[in-house]
Write a protein that binds this ligand. Structure first.
Ligand code: AMP
Length: 114
């Protein structure tokens, strides 16, 4: 896959408000937040979309979600609730082609989404 803005954030070539990092996962605040809390959890391994994830990467996908849940607990809004979203390709509204999980919190979320 080609490089993306998220690859540049991983390599510290452009700034981001990083809130969490381990060997495999990086999390930073979304530049255009859709809720009072809006954090993106990305694998350091560059996968373009969820469609590109392989069976061998099942644990990595799980780690993205667990990192999001840990963050919610640590920040104190886990009990109140939050939403995690993975947009995939055009109909899903994906604009950055480096797989990411959106974590949204701090307001009541409507369902179904628009
Ligand atoms: P998606 O539409 O699911 O691909 O989400 C991409 C998200 O990345 C959007 O919510 C953008 O606001 C966010 N975004 C784009 N560039 C940056 C950046 N440099 N730093 C933080 N968030 C970004």
């Amino acid at each position: 896959m080609g490089d993306t803005i998220f690859g540049k954030i991983i390599r510290r070539e452009i700034p981001a408000d990083i809130v969490y990092e381990n060997d495999e996962v990086l999390a930073f605040r979304d530049l255009n937040p859709q809720a009072p809390v809006h954090v993106l959890f990305i694998p350091k391994l560059a996968l373009a979309t969820l469609n590109d994830a392989q069976e061998s990467q099942a644990a990595l996908l799980g780690k993205l979600l667990l990192a999001a849940a840990d963050y919610a607990k640590r920040e104190g809004f886990a009990e109140r609730g939050y939403r995690t979203v993975i947009n995939c390709n055009e109909d899903g509204g994906q604009t950055v082609f480096h797989l990411h999980v959106h974590l949204l919190a701090g307001r009541h979320m409507q369902w179904p989404p628009g």
